[in-house]
Design a protein. Structure first.
Length: 158
């Protein structure tokens, strides 16, 4: 069990990389727009692909407040998630949830990176802290239930 306070963007990305490397069963992310996590980087995509290829049902779920960055600036992430659309889902939160200020990444239900303010790197890294992570998992499930628009769905053409 370990906790660490994160105060810089470099430390935030290092903590995110550490968690992504630890992921074996599941990964849930609630984020403003994924820009701070830089998931389109090849090494991070490799971790996501490994989790998606695992044995868990729906191992990757993401909720975003703003989809623009994902849709315009993350082509490799889009390609990966579209390839694994049967095992991943990414949803946009409704406008009613726009006031939420924090972001979080939860790995395997016991490890998390909680960013306390959406515009700042100030975060808490939780390793092997299932009791401390549990409220965030519950909160994610509530946000997930309110978020309906699946960003992986593509319109059918003629």
């Amino acid at each position: 069990m370990a906790r660490a306070l994160i105060d810089s963007w470099n430390d935030y990305l290092s903590a995110a990389d550490r968690l992504l490397a630890m992921a074996t069963r599941s990964l849930v992310i609630h984020d403003e727009d994924l820009s701070a996590l830089r998931l389109d980087a090849p090494e991070r995509l490799a971790h996501l692909a490994r989790v998606l290829a695992g044995h868990s049902d729906h191992p990757l779920r993401i909720t975003l407040r703003e989809a623009r960055h994902y849709q315009i600036s993350s082509p490799r992430l889009q390609q990966l998630l579209n390839t694994w659309a049967h095992r991943a889902e990414i949803r946009q939160t409704p406008p009613a949830l726009a006031r939420l200020r924090d972001n979080f990444l939860i790995v395997d239900g016991t490890n998390a990176l909680i960013r306390l303010e959406k515009t700042l790197p100030r975060s808490i890294l939780l390793i092997d802290e299932s009791v401390a992570v549990a409220p965030y998992l519950l909160r994610f499930e509530e946000i997930w239930g309110e978020s309906r628009k699946n960003l992986l769905q593509t319109p059918l053409g003629l």
